[in-house]
Ligand binder design. Sequence first.
Ligand code: MOS
Length: 739
Amino acid sequence: MKTDQIGKERNRVDGKAKVTGEAKYAAEFDAEKLAYGVVVSSGIAKGKIKRIDTSKALALDGVLQVFTHENRPGYMWLDKNYKDDDAPPGSPFRPLYDSEVQFSMQPIALVVAETFELARYAAMLVEVEYEEAEHDTDFESNLEQAYEPKEYKATEPPKPRGDVDQALAEASARIEETYTHPAEHHNPMEMHASTAVWEGDGKLTVYDKIQGVQNSQQYIASAFGMSKDEVRVISPFVGGAFGSGLRPQYQLFLAVLAARELQRSVRVVMTRQQMFSFGHRPKTLQRFKLGADTGGKLQALQQEVYGETSKFEDYSEDVVLWPGVLYPCDNTKLTHKLVALDVYTPLDMRAPGGTTGIYALECAIDELAYKAGIDPLEFRKKNYSEKDQNEDKPFSSKELRECYRQGADKFGWAKRRMEPRSMKEGHQLIGWGFAQGAWEANQAEASAKAVLSKEGKLTVSSATADIGTGTYTVMTQIAAEALGLPLEDVTFKLGDSDLPKAPLEGGSKTVATVGSAVKKACEQVQEKLLKLAQQQPDSPLAEAKLEEVDFSEGKISLKRDASKSVQLQDLLEQSDNGSLEGEVSTKPSDESKEYARYAHSAVFAEVKVDEDLGTVKVTRLVTAVAGGRIVNPKTARSQILGGMVWGMGVALHEHTVMDNNLGRFINHDLDKYHVPVNADVQEMEVIFVEEKDEVVNPLGVKGLGEIGVVGVAPAIANAIFHATGKRVRELPITMDKLL
Ligand code: MOS
């Protein structure tokens, strides 16, 4: 297929705006007479606010108001059952609803003042007296009370198959181990922020940090009983999100409340510490039992998962989906129970459920391969899944074997010695580890609009988001390709609730979802252009059908005879209203639903562990990805690299520590919450293997936002075992656990 854009390396179309500071984020939009709100956070984890005294704050000149549950307007929260698009089953938290405190650092007041500094100072003068109740934040001691939720937020755990106990008894190699993953918090560069601009007449324009502007718009409309015409939400740039921006957060609610009540524009920005108060990747504990026969074939697989949730919502994620996708096995039992604690509801974080589930699965499989005396990569080849057993469906495409081959070649896996501690280099123990991964390749319903102006400029729009992943760029490429225009003649607009409807930007589905709508909207413009071309006297395209022509280099030409062509410019000049439009909605095809749709990865890791100090360096990482068609190899590579660095953080750094005495996460800043830094990142390679998929969606893409992270932590954990002979089954793998 001829292509001018799709599959080509392109720089980010928004790159210049980002590096020059021209790109504006939610807290950077200005408004006349802007006031500043600072949030007061609860000092206890559970109980009631007995007394809240705001008089000292209010007495300061320039403090405009202090909002609490006591003076909040009655029109708030009339719709108690409202749920945002990412809400798990339960009752979403309602800021300032009443005197009840449900989690540590719950927002209990908003101080609004003429300046940020004054608001921050006044917030310290708010006096609160609590009636403390006993909180329970201890995950381990509540495992006995774990329950299966009435409704799962994510996929229902697959039904059991065969007889696990018998298969385990008969297995020639077996393992039974427990793996834990700590709570982790989102730490994007940009803190959560909302600037609510008062437009008069009760109308608001709100700049919000969010992965779905229409979700925020709906949230505000519901929480304040407003109509959608009264509130417009805008979010052109997002400084990192990957799940933290899926649900509207309390700073949005509070900014809107203050703006409405004061009839003034108000900005509220969370502090870095407050970023630890609205949802996290939940702590999980997973018990695995695996058994294989003498040939190294998996015969039994049991995965028993416990995940943390709040007492007001049942958060769950796809932790037990992966065995059925990755390993054929006749005897399986998969359970997922929840442990409800006095914490805020956990929140999706990059590959929610996959990052935790695949970590434990891939470590357990590595352990079993060692028990069976089989090379870990060889073990995966022996146990290669040809269909998705969860749904008993064939894969729409799966080039994972090619990922094994190209990844192993690049890494040099063939030179690996099986024996742990066998590849020393002085004090450095060298380890090579392997893991595989998968992630869903979904498509949702979305709309897009394309307008081709008389000047030949194309503007395409949809209310999606770009969280730094490259949405602006690839949508521009898809549209430019459709009409054969250079990139600079195409503009893609997103992040505005007035634009055509789009779902939350998450789940690695944006290119498939919004890209399909963009493509189709442009195809409507193609049809209109061809019709115009055929209306020309003696048109060289008179008999041509749409599939027989190419749109390329500003022309429509016949595929079989490129000399028969019409210039787009000539057509545009003749068109009646001066521009041509297409507006469509697209949704996944029925055919695609007959297949299991997944992207796959193979991850190879090399670590060097200092024998005396227990320090770990990840010296090489190779990830081979089968992710369908790659629209832009440059932004795609960046996606996978980012996922690999994040996976390194999962394996070695990230850990929010709950202090059960206080019921509070205690390491709530970037000093004590560790993420990988430049010095941690050494050699990294990304390989995209060719994968054609004609059913997954009209573009043949699979999404790359999450496949890059899932296999990395287990590959590193397995490499650390290979280096040291020690299995650490509790993330993160810090030096104290290795000594
Ligand atoms: Mo992602 S956790 O779906 O933003």
